[in-house]
Design a protein. Sequence first.
Length: 478
Amino acid sequence: MSDKTNSTQLAVIGGGPGGYAAAFLAADLGLKVALIDPEPNPGGVCLYRGCIPSKALLHAARVLTEAREAAHWGIEFPAPKIDIARLRAWKDSVVAKLTGGLGQLSKQRAVNYIQGKAAFVDPKTLMIEQNAGGTQQLSFDHAIVATGSQPVSLPGLSVDGTRILDSTSALEVVEVPKTLLVVGGGYIGLELGTVYAALGTSVTVVEMMPGLLPGVDRDLVLPLAKRMEKIFHSIMLGTKVAEMKEDKNGIRVRFEGSQAPAEEPVFGKVLIAVGRRPNARVPGLDKTRVEIDARGFVKVDLQRRTAEPSIYAIGDAAGEPMLAHKASHEGRVAVEAIAGRKVAFEPRAIPAVVFTDPEIAWCGVTEEQAQKENRPIKVARFPWGASGRATTLDRNDGVTKLILDPESQRVLGVGIVGTGAGELIAEGVLAVEMAALAADIKLSIHPHPTLSETVMEAAEVFFGQATHVYRPAKASRA
């Protein structure tokens, strides 16, 4: 028996970037909104245990790295004194500030924020287990599932204790271990590995695929891989963890693969960073017509509506890419659809950023994608060795490239590796979405000296001779 029964026009399950964006827009449109999440304020994994705390720590890592590299310019600092407790407190204060701000915005919009966990009773009703105790039954006209994702664990390799970390526990930075094994050479493993390496940990990365960041164009990964080889103790590619077991000094690991060592090294801690899986199986969802696909994602249409007309799904729970900004846009599309507007989620370019050093960012069509699709493209690359601004930063290890249609000269995709790539990629997104031509970028005056010039310079390369053309094997063009 529930303590009380309420009703709302829209119930949003999950307070992450997708959920709170949806709730706020719905409230702005005049809908009565309930937002349900276990945390004290909106924010979700991104703000509490993901994007924000990791970027705060990566900023600290970058400061430490720049202080060391300043010796190249004749500026030397004494060895830094790292107060882990204060660093952790600062990271936590960043999270508290942002989530607290979202809490205030929620109140200002009169969103009914319910701290608890929701389960479906039927296609129009939720039962909410409240953190403060008791339950609340909530009827709704529409619901949006925005429950996000969680770290994947390695089956059969789990070891009890505090020595095994995932992306959540690693961000707590309880201590700085002498040695750390990062299992997974994707963006999460490399970002967190970068943080711990800057703090003084000897980091080893193992990746079962033949290269770091599987799926990302190799020319973008190469500059990062070269730098990673210098800051990490070792990187083992084409190798996997076969066995882990407790040792008095840490975790003893046996590897298998092309670069597996003969011995079984011991690591102080092991970080499992092999991906994330959707939290799509909300309790009671099986009492509705909502369908889950073979990979665990909720099936949705272009308006993010499920097979149950009253229920929508967005963000990590509704498919890849698992990115906060993609979830936010999906949330707004779902709300506008609920409000009766003619909308669809059909982006041409969803930007992706790896916040390592150097950063990698891309959007739209990639070279690997074009080759798999047997699609003709022209690639214009501009190396940062010719960039005045990159030279003043002592960071010439970047590349900016445009993926272009050979005939129309339309920008199909953009890829950047280098300092600040995540800030630069927005111009690429705009170019792809607006169907810009190489000439449009070339003729747009960029400020000098800046890294943004490299986008213009890449467009100028297109009209020169130093371009790479990929054409399908059976293409009739010369």
